[in-house]
Design a binder for this molecule. Sequence first.
Ligand SMILES: *Cc1c(COP(=O)(O)O)cnc(C)c1O
Ligand code: SF4
Length: 376
Amino acid sequence: MTTAPTFPIARPARWQDVPDARWNDWTWQQQNRLTRLEEVAEVVGLTEDERHAFKASAEHFQVSITPHYASLIDPNDPQCPIRLQSVPQPGELEVHEAFELADPLAEEAHMPVPGITHRYPDRVLFYVIHHCPVYCRHCTRKRKVSNPTTTASRNQIESGLAYIAATPAVRDVLLSGGDPLSLSDKRLDEILGRLLEIEHVDLVRIGTRNPVTLPQRITPELARILSKHRPVYVHTHFNHPRECTPEAARALGLLADAGCVLGNQMVLLRGVNDDPECVETLNRWLLRHRCRPYYIFQCDMAQGITHLRTPLEKGIEIIDRLRGHVSGMAVPHFVVDLPGGGGKVSLLPEYFQKREGRWVTFRNYEGKLFKFYDVP
Ligand SMILES: *Cc1c(COP(=O)(O)O)cnc(C)c1O
Ligand code: SF4
């Protein structure tokens, strides 16, 4: 097994003549995102099914793919893992009324003020923007992400900051969205500064997929701003080794050098990464780039993503295949975010076998049995 995945990244013909300096400029990447059907079709080709899905899903959830991310799509593979994450598929149109929910995590129900979800005692989610460079087809917040009418306003950010300042129980603030790195450097600087000057706020986390979808956004200037604020944790969202590009490596390096603590939150997706070897390769690469695998999320009960879900056993199997076999730091928690706002629970393979009096039998990662004497 390789620890350094290398996939040929061929720049699609549409951008063949773009000078490197422009290609590597995130504002160029942002301005040249593929959003219309003809644009996406030109770069990656579209099957009849995908054309239909594209049109039919358009009013619910926009399409947006950066040139960087589009260049990772294999145009000849309808099952390409990058394609499944960014190009609408017919499964999005399926409706499962029995269990699908618009707001599977009841995030709106736990909002003390608009833009803040306060579910756990000591931490809050703080939605600062509703845009992302690439709209992931598996997004759990499709109901508002990408929708221009729900953009977090300046007022909403002010009321969120005021709530956090007035709520001493909040020690940990997760900036979310959308993607917080879609804010300007100046705005981020201001929000981080104001949060970390609140006495009871211990740390700020930024949940962002930019290192994957728009790694050019991580500029030395952004890194300099982040390095002024401590402690800042950055949760990335890498799902597949194909996303592990030299540009992504550079972005992680800049963030880590800036003093950010990096952790990855992978979403388990059918046909994308529901395979232990794939996850192992990804996690080894992440560790080499100072990013610790933090969570594997079970895909939520959100509308239009059921085709991407796997049975719970798949996540447990992946953890079982990692634990003991690879560095413990490459073993994340497999978690299910319970619908209705129950919060996250983690699932583990069953190592416990039986108890006989004070003797407890376990199986280890190789399946061998061992007895352990437990004290009263
Ligand atoms: C996931 C989540 C958090 C953060 O959870 P951790 O387990 O601390 O990473 C906080 N608030 C809400 C509402 C969440 O969904
Ligand atoms: S980056 Fe996050 S918030 Fe944005 S579309 Fe993807 S999953 Fe949703």
